[in-house]
Design a protein around this ligand. Sequence first.
Ligand code: G
Ligand code: G
Ligand code: MN
Ligand code: NA
Length: 254
Amino acid sequence: LRLEHDLRGALSRDEIFPLYQPQIELATGRVIGVEALMRWNRAGQGLISPASFIPVAEDSGLILALGEYILRKACLQARQWHEHQGFQGTIAVNVSAVQFRQNDFTDVVLRVLSETGFPPECLELEVTESVVMQGLESVVQKMGILESHGIKLAIDDFGTGYSSLSYLRQFAIDRLKIDQSFVRDLPGDADAQAIIRAIVAMGRSLGLRVMAEGVETEAQARFLQDIECTESQGYLYARPMKSNDFEAWLKTRN
Ligand code: G
Ligand code: G
Ligand code: MN
Ligand code: NA
């Protein structure tokens, strides 16, 4: 495949990079974190969303190199923001199930942290429900190792997977990220309201933080704040940005 062929050379041609999107505490407007989102500047084709190349990257195994590259880049960048931009939040990095399944996954993460000097407790890994769902012994073990180093874990796209909620008790999960598809239908849609209320209530009673994704309007943010959802991310605050644009944006917030 052409896509796979081009993707294979993308790292060495320096075409892969992260954009950064801020994460906000709803009650205060404080910037509590930033998510790294991978992009591919494919020769002659402009910016390509991971939605169109991650599946190929996963099937070909290229996701391992791409994922580690983004993780390292994001940790280096966030360390710099901690030291020079007064940023104290977490950096969130998306992890594919294919990465998580590798025997050496936790070694890779710990190595990147020690090489970049980034504090483990400020790193949050975002995984989808499919990663934690099966309750595999190896998954439990990896989660335990990450937790013992203080690394945070978030469930991405929460509510869209084939959920057996028992995994929420089994694993050391810090945060649920409510999928955009529910948030999109706020504040008008009664079903979306009910689902989001339920997720927020469940999160609270389990002691998990709950973040709404894809928040685009003030009305959505107001609804979320009213039901005491505590955290929010979306175009309302900022689109995913290049690192220098994020720095400029951060200055306007302080
Ligand atoms: O940023 P955007 O909406 O284009 O992201 C599309 C999808 O790609 C989302 O599901 C997001 O989680 C995923 N994604 C973004 N960056 C990464 C990454 O670095 N690694 C992995 N595995 N997925 C990513
Ligand atoms: O699956 P994950 O949550 O990692 O993917 C986040 C994706 O959602 C990214 O591709 C990002 O570009 C996109 N995104 C972030 N904020 C918004 C938003 O407010 N609206 C929409 N439609 N997409 C968003
Ligand atoms: Mn994510
Ligand atoms: Na998501």
